[in-house]
Design a protein around this ligand. Structure first.
Ligand code: ASP
Length: 434
């Protein structure tokens, strides 16, 4: 059976088991005996993320053979990432203005929700505060590490590691062939080993996904609240679905590859993004799928995917646009046209700045709302309002984030003549062989 089916079955069984255990009141059993397997899996994926970024970026850049090719790919990647994010924000803003989900919220619901989630909202605001107090160019300063070992020892420093590695890769391109050969050969083999490690970890994915979802469902407290926020959640979901259709159309138009080809190739990464809510944890699988199943050359994929996982978050930016306007609608805070434009700019920057971990998009949402001049007390109530449905929406927006990275990898690959046939032709056999 193909891997994506196995993961899907794991997900469905996980949800059913979660429902069953919460009915039986066995939350502690799930937390003690099932959840750890999911946690171990996420740890394994994160474990591989930093070595993967280092080896694949170095291999990718050095395979390009000359520096002008690197700048072409780099420039195109960043431009396409920004364009797709702007499309996502525009879709989000259009939908939320059209559907106006905030207007249907009754005052009683607003009061109830804001009471229930006040403390959770508070902690998000504090994290955003810490982020904001740093000054406008701080993100550039933060991008440059002063010690590569320190940077590589924390998964949050992905951008610092990417910075060092790109500098290393460029320098490798600039020295003579006979001087660079040893390092290149080393990283080529290292890359193969890491890819094999990912294959091995992925063998456990269906079981891990079962554990993750069973634990998530068993821990969910109050399902009634979902109905109150249904219109808002559906607006986000609709936007995310449009975004996926946008990617498949773009790919069909520019590369001639059918939607089925793309979706089938990337689906294990999507399912994993959904189960883990983290683009960073999903990165190893995204890269493997893009290279081996979507036919993007290693040197393009190994640059586009890690950079995308850290800065390209179309799902997050769409969600931030919808959530910001929804909160203002529900709490009667009027937004002018200029305010909506402010949302476009801040949601773009906020999504670039969001870490690729669960819940990060909501922290950065505070910054979007702040830039609109939303007063502190409304901000608190607003965040408390959307908190209840944030996790399921996080799962979905992360899926779109990952799909966007893969789509852009194909587009960049095509534009530089580095999109071919998949290296693993028979998908179903791939993991079986392993
Ligand atoms: N969880 C998302 C991701 O990792 C970020 C977010 O919270 O929107 O891509």
């Amino acid at each position: 059976m193909a891997l994506h089916w196995k993961i899907l079955i794991g997900m469905i069984l996980g949800i059913l088991a979660g429902l069953l255990f919460s009915q039986l009141g066995a939350k502690e059993f799930v937390a003690g005996w099932i959840k750890p397997f999911g946690t171990i899996f996420i740890k394994l994926l994160k474990l591989i993320a930093i070595p993967l970024i280092i080896v694949s970026l170095i291999k990718g850049i050095s395979d390009l053979k000359d520096i002008s090719k690197f700048s072409t790919i780099g420039f195109r990647t960043i431009i396409i990432y920004i364009c797709t994010t702007l499309v996502a924000i525009t879709i989000g803003l259009s939908l939320v203005n059209l559907i106006q989900p905030g207007d249907s919220m009754t005052e009683a619901t607003v009061a109830e929700l804001s009471q229930a989630y006040n403390t959770d909202a508070n902690s998000r605001i504090e994290s955003a505060e810490a982020q904001k107090s740093k000054g406008p160019l701080q993100f550039l300063v933060d991008m440059v590490p002063d010690n590569i070992f320190a940077a590589a020892s924390a998964n949050q420093n992905m951008l610092q590691v990417i910075f060092f590695t790109i500098l290393f890769g460029i320098s490798l391109l600039l020295i003579k062939e006979e001087q660079s050969r040893g390092v290149k050969d080393f990283f080529d083999s290292f890359n193969e080993v890491i890819m094999k490690m990912i294959d091995l970890i992925m063998l456990t994915a269906p079981y891990a996904v079962f554990a993750l979802l069973a634990a998530l469902i068993a821990e969910t407290s109050n399902p009634d609240i979902f109905t109150a926020l249904a219109q808002y959640a559906l607006t986000v979901v609709l936007g995310l679905a449009i975004m996926i259709s946008f990617y498949v159309t773009l790919i069909y138009f520019f590369t001639g590859k059918k939607p089925n080809y793309f979706l089938k190739g990337i689906s294990p990464a999507q399912l994993l993004a959904f189960s883990t809510s983290s683009s960073a944890a999903t990165l190893p699988v995204t890269m493997e799928r893009v290279q081996e199943h979507l036919g993007v050359d290693d040197d393009v994929a190994s640059f586009v995917c890690p950079v995308g996982a850290t800065i390209n978050m179309d799902g997050t930016s769409l969600y931030q646009a919808v959530a910001a306007v929804f909160i203002c609608q529900a709490l009667d805070f009027d937004l002018s046209f200029t305010d909506q434009l402010t949302i476009v700019v801040t949601a773009l920057l906020a999504s670039i700045g969001s870490a690729a971990v669960p819940g990060a998009g909501m922290v950065m949402l505070v910054i979007v709302l702040d830039s609109l001049g939303v007063p502190r007390d409304i901000l608190m109530v607003g965040l408390a309002l959307i908190f209840a449905v944030d996790r399921p929406l996080d799962m979905l927006r992360t899926t779109v984030n990952v799909t966007g990275d893969a789509a852009v990898a194909m587009l960049v690959g095509k534009s530089v003549g580095k999109l071919g046939e998949p290296q693993v032709k028979n998908w179903d056999d791939h993991y079986k062989e392993d």
